[in-house]
Design a protein around this ligand. Structure first.
Ligand code: SF4
Length: 416
């Protein structure tokens, strides 16, 4: 695009933005009128051409009832990290140790950087136990409800952080309305979740005829659900549009963000096993986060919640959305190794990432490159023949027997 066209577009949009702002009519309805569904790319192109940025999600609050921490999503709040509980909830009244182990695991995930955890609540027994879990932790927990709106109403009897529903599978409007009214009364937010597997029939047909991309159909599905909430004058909700394709995830979120100021929960659904899922999530999130899209993220992996949280944390850090904490540097290992880098990282990764220290830790296989490559690290460990060395800022401070590596490393780490 030539410079003249770019300047022309900037001028036009500057004037347009000024006029709309002046008359305070830069509302969603005007945006929708100007940019109906499917024109998100055009709008993004024009907005980028104008050098302006319009999408700023409004603020929605998760938690805040009883003992539960209140977290802002959207607005000027930092991007939050979510994960999902991966086991069935047992009856915690019959199994108090189950409640204890869940509480401990939540505390560990929080130390790693997790802000919110979602639990599947498939029946009334789970709902009762879920309430007890909510009472036992300060982290906002989200009840994931499908089909039966009464489960959502049951969860509202406790300090639930938020309710996640797909209004499309909750059924009749009165049921959705009952959940919305219950949430309004208790000051509980809702997450509306839609995915490519549950498009309305008319949109699915248009996708099949090639009239609409699946991504735009997904965004339009979410828009329809939002209109019901807005008719009910309920604005404390977040939207998620999940596809397992990176491109569809990006396009759906861009299209939606170009039309609404609703905070987006971003995720690539069914992203796959660890490596596949990390690659897909990284591609989608880094693209969207750099555009300012994504107020809360969940990396969906066929792996542990810890790995989901760590991946989310590293993506946010690399995108400049989080700072501080322990930065890990480790070598890939090669034939020169004198130290089991992989084993050491497996043992130490989660503990190091849970520490509230702003330091860099280097773990290197050998002295050939170890201290040199890790010289900017605050602390590091490397193999040296049949010994290990501990170095700080590139200077060797200890030479130790391999069997003492973990203990001696811990002592030096704690002294920082
Ligand atoms: Fe190989 Fe040593 Fe480099 Fe690790 S630090 S990759 S073991 S040369």
């Amino acid at each position: 695009m030539s410079e003249i066209v770019r300047v022309f577009l900037r001028t036009i949009f500057f004037v347009l933005q000024f006029v709309l702002y002046f008359f305070s009519i830069w509302s969603r309805s005007v945006q929708n009128l100007l940019f109906p569904s499917g024109t998100g790319k055009l709008q993004s192109f024009l907005i980028q051409g104008s050098g302006m940025k319009f999408y700023k999600p409004r603020e929605v609050f998760i938690g805040g009832n009883g003992n539960v921490e209140r977290i802002g999503i959207g607005g000027d709040n930092p991007v939050t990290i979510q994960t999902m509980w991966k086991e069935s909830i047992l009856d915690v009244k019959e199994n108090p140790s189950h409640l204890e182990s869940i509480r401990n695991k939540i505390a560990e995930l929080k130390m790693l950087g997790c802000d919110i955890i979602r639990f599947a609540v498939p029946d009334m027994k789970s709902a009762e136990s879920f309430i007890e879990i909510c009472k036992a932790t300060s982290m906002p927990l989200v009840a994931d409800i499908h089909f039966d709106y009464r489960l959502a109403l049951k969860c509202l009897e406790g300090p639930v952080g938020a309710i996640r529903i797909n209004p499309g599978n909750i059924g009749a409007r009165e049921r959705v309305e009952a959940v919305v009214n219950g949430c309004r009364e208790k000051g509980v937010a809702i997450r509306i979740g839609v995915n490519t597997g549950s498009l309305p029939k008319d949109l699915e047909e248009r996708v099949e005829k090639g009239e609409l991309s699946r991504a735009v159909a997904l965004s339009e599905t979410a828009a329809r659900e939002c209109s019901v909430f807005e008719e009910l004058k309920f604005d404390q909700f977040v939207v998620s549009m999940k596809a397992s394709s990176v491109q569809e995830t990006i396009e759906a979120n861009e299209d939606f963000a170009s039309r609404f100021d609703i905070p987006l929960h971003v995720g690539v659904t069914e992203a796959g096993p660890l490596i596949t899922g990390v690659v897909k999530s990284t591609l989608a999130f880094s693209h969207l986060l750099r555009e300012g899209i994504g107020s809360t993220i969940r990396v969906s992996l066929s792996s542990s919640p810890e790995n989901e949280v760590i991946t989310g944390l590293e993506i946010l850090r690399e995108c400049g959305k989080r700072s501080g904490g322990v930065k890990l540097v480790s070598c890939p290992r090669c034939g020169r190794l004198g130290f089991d880098v992989h084993g050491f990282m497996d043992r130490w990764q989660n503990e190091l990432l849970s520490m509230k220290k702003d330091i860099t830790v280097a773990v290197m296989g050998c002295v050939v490159n170890g201290p040199g490559e890790g010289k900017h690290a605050d602390i590091g460990i490397a193999g040296a023949g049949n010994k290990a060395i501990i170095f700080k800022k590139g200077k060797i401070v200890r030479t130790i027997d391999m069997k003492d590596a973990d203990n001696e490393f811990r002592k030096e780490l704690m002294s920082l």
